[in-house]
Design a protein around this ligand. Structure first.
Ligand code: AMP
Ligand code: ZN
Length: 713
């Protein structure tokens, strides 16, 4: 028995150690498969021997039980805010204030750090084990969100032996900018509401009651302040931060220690020029006195400590005129208002449209057509309206009234409880059909390259396609004469119609996972479609799927089958509802008549063609897409995905944060080290992607291309 306990302790320690190596130090030392194996073993042992389960087990990251609500936590000392200033002159006033307060013969340094834009958090360790994480709340009392914060991989669950027994540290939980863009794309793809900006997404994620969902959110944490216990021994802030780093915390990637306010202002400027280069959003710089011995005598106001100041950078924004509001209807019927702007340049892009998110946002800001407005880049990618310049409002202006019918089909719209989105619920709505058709033909769906957004619009508009499955019965010869030109300059579809015909024929042989994704069922993205497809022989099995029913039934039970666990309940429900419903039954019948019944992908297909045939590839570092997606694409191109570099490895695909040692070793073995861009080229993914611009919010003037678009992977 004690052997088992010892083994479990060992696994917990190893997993924690490797998490730190992977997520904090960005130098993994074991292959992912090895890590997964340890993780699986630990889960199994914990299920068999719950009595030995470590209350801080790393498995809680993904399998924590839902939280009932949040317990309140009292902060001691309170978690204060920071005094803010907006002009450099105010920093000199801060310096003058310190000169008055600090005895003449005492000198001090300033530390300049980024002001991370996230959610303030306190972490408490007892016996060097994380026992509590709490939000700032009102400063005195916050929410206990331990279960959720445990899911953040870069937050150490245990501390090394040289850390104090009891320690409280404070910092900021944030969502990375890349992670935010991807999260929104995934939510959007699943027909769910998206977040306004990374900060919002972070706060929303921490409020979730289900840690399992939280664990899928790209959260991270930077620690920058002492808490109430365990931090007394440090003479300077910088020494304390260095100790935090040693103990396994992630600390700010930028920090300058300087003797004078003049240099502090320089550092603030330097940070300002780099503000868009960080993987998280920053909304300013924090200037702190480095000598902690001065803190007590300087004291604090009710609001903030007197030894620090926040300098807020002016947001990059531009003034323009809101010329109109158009309402777009998406694939799932959601009505999205879009601001049509007088073109204006902002941070390198020419902007003529911006998202208005939803009706509530327009009402909250009282945004009216004709208004002069400020445009900013939210999350630095998507332009948004940041406020109305009310003084310039035309006298004749009237409040905007959100349409109460679908602007495209005139059908009824509804707002489901708990959502802000307004949806058109007409199943025959042409706008929805256009977007569904485009999705159906997309790269991860049936991959019909000739069929993009514009052709989808035309085919639906001209009543040629009334359902995506019509593609299988179109008269492609006649389609060659279709006019696909812009108004006034006709252009025939021509031979592309025949290419399209070929692609449609090929689509009939694509595996179930691609088809399942193609229908655009709510909550069924690429990965979910793959998971579900792998559990079914063929599409016609889905309507009565025992596996899916099992997922739903076992939702509330403990000790679920691990395999089933991977399929989310909402997805299982949606798939059953789709294929069991009238439309889905029609789809199955039609496909049966066409002789199409997509099957599970063959696991062991050895490809004999493709750009990477027979070439070994290794993925490493942080990549912009999940490793599994890349692996799949490489395999589809005939490549062989390996877990570590050997003499047979042709390419090492290195993402961000890959150590030189790794790439050097690869080169020594004759492996070519390439980045994701090069991989995309090899896979032929670069061409033809440019046009997938979704709702086309930004028109880029070249540099700074927006990752939101074409990233619905
Ligand atoms: P605000 O939330 O705008 O009142 O600004 C104060 C908050 O900035 C603090 O409560 C912290 O959550 C946050 N903050 C972000 N980065 C830092 C940092 N480097 N040092 C101190 N506070 C920070
Ligand atoms: Zn409609």
């Amino acid at each position: 028995m004690s052997d088992i306990k010892a083994r479990m302790d060992y696994l917990v320690a190893e997993i924690n150690r490797n998490d730190r190596l992977y997520y904090v130090e960005a130098r993994p030392v074991i292959p992912d498969a090895e890590y997964d194996r340890m993780y699986e073993e630990l889960i199994r042992l914990e299920q068999e021997h719950p009595e030995f389960k470590d209350p801080n087990s790393p498995t809680l990251r993904v399998s924590g039980e839902p939280i009932e609500g949040f317990v309140q936590v009292r902060h001691s000392p309170p978690m204060k805010s920071l005094d803010k200033c907006y002009e450099k002159g105010e920093l000199h006033q801060f310096d003058a204030f310190l000169r008055r307060e600090i005895p003449r013969d005492v000198s001090w340094n300033y530390v300049v750090e980024p002001k991370v834009d996230g959610v303030s958090m306190s972490l408490l360790y007892e016996g060097r084990v994380l026992v509590r994480a709490a939000t700032r709340g009102n400063g005195e009392v916050g929410d206990d969100v331990t279960q959720n914060v445990r899911t953040i991989r870069s937050v150490p669950k245990t501390l090394p032996g040289d850390a104090p027994e009891t320690l409280e540290v404070r910092g900021e939980v944030f969502m990375t900018r890349d992670g935010f863009v991807k999260l929104n794309a995934t939510l959007d793809e699943a027909g769910r509401e998206t977040f306004m900006n990374p900060r919002n997404a972070c706060a929303g994620s921490l409020k979730l009651l289900d840690p399992k969902t939280v664990s899928t959110r790209p959260l991270d944490m930077i620690v920058y302040n002492a808490g109430g216990v365990g931090c007394d021994g440090f003479a300077t802030h910088a020494e304390m931060i260095e100790a935090f780093r040693r103990w396994g915390f992630t600390v700010a990637p930028f920090s300058r220690i300087v003797p004078t306010i003049r240099e502090a202002v320089d550092a603030v400027e330097e940070l300002g020029s780099k503000r868009h280069d960080f993987r998280f959003e920053i909304d300013g710089a924090v200037i702190k006195v480095n000598e902690r011995s001065l803190y007590d005598s300087l004291g604090a106001t009710a609001h903030s400590p007197r030894w620090a100041r926040a300098y807020k950078y002016a947001p990059e924004r531009a003034e323009t005129v809101l010329e109109g509001i158009t309402v777009q209807v998406g694939r799932t019927g959601v009505l999205t208002p879009v601001a049509e702007l007088k073109s204006v340049e902002l941070a390198g892009s020419v902007i003529s449209r911006a998202t208005l998110h939803n009706a509530e946002q327009i009402a909250a800001q009282d945004i009216r057509v004709g208004d002069h407005v400020w445009v900013v880049k939210a999350g630095d990618v998507i332009p948004a309206i940041d406020g109305v310049i009310v003084e310039k409002r035309p006298i004749s202006s009237v409040p905007y009234v959100f349409p109460d019918r679908c602007p495209v089909c005139g059908g009824d719209v509804v707002k489901y409880e708990g959502e802000v989105a307004v949806r058109c619920v007409n199943p025959a709505c042409p706008a929805q059909l256009q977007r569904r058709l485009e999705h159906f033909a997309g790269r991860n769906a049936l991959d019909i390259k000739a069929l993009g957004g514009r052709l989808s619009d035309i085919l639906v508009e001209k009543n040629i396609v009334k359902d995506p499955l019509d593609l299988f019965t179109l008269d492609y010869n006649a389609l060659q004469d279709l006019d696909i030109g812009e108004e006034g300059s006709p252009r025939k579809f021509g031979r592309n119609a025949l290419n399209m015909k070929k692609a449609v024929e090929d689509a009939g042989r694509l595996p179930l996972e691609r088809w399942l994704f193609a229908f655009g069922i709510p909550n069924v993205g690429v990965t979910v479609a793959r998971d579900i497809a792998s559990e079914h022989e063929k599409m016609s099995d889905l309507a009565e799927s025992a596996v899916l029913k099992n997922v739903i039934e076992n939702d509330s039970k403990k000790g679920r089958d691990r395999k089933i666990l991977q399929i989310k309940v909402e997805a299982a429900k949606a798939v059953l509802a789709f294929f069991g419903g009238e439309y889905g039954r029609g789809v199955l019948a039609r496909l049966a008549a066409l002789g199409i019944d997509p099957r599970r992908a063959e696991k062991e297909t050895v490809k004999t063609e493709g750009p990477l045939v027979g070439m070994g590839c290794v993925l490493t570092g942080s990549l912009s897409r999940p490793r599994t997606e890349w692996a799949k694409l490489i395999e589809l191109a005939g490549g062989i995905v390996q877990s570590s570099v050997t003499s047979k490895t042709r390419y090492l695909i290195a993402g961000a944060n890959v150590g030189a040692a790794k790439t050097e070793k690869a080169k020594a073995l004759g492996t070519e080290v390439i980045d994701e861009e090069r991989l995309k080229e090899l896979l032929g993914m670069v061409e033809g992607e440019a046009d997938k611009s979704g709702s086309g919010e930004v028109r880029n003037s070249g540099k700074d291309s927006s990752p939101v678009q074409g990233e619905l992977f």
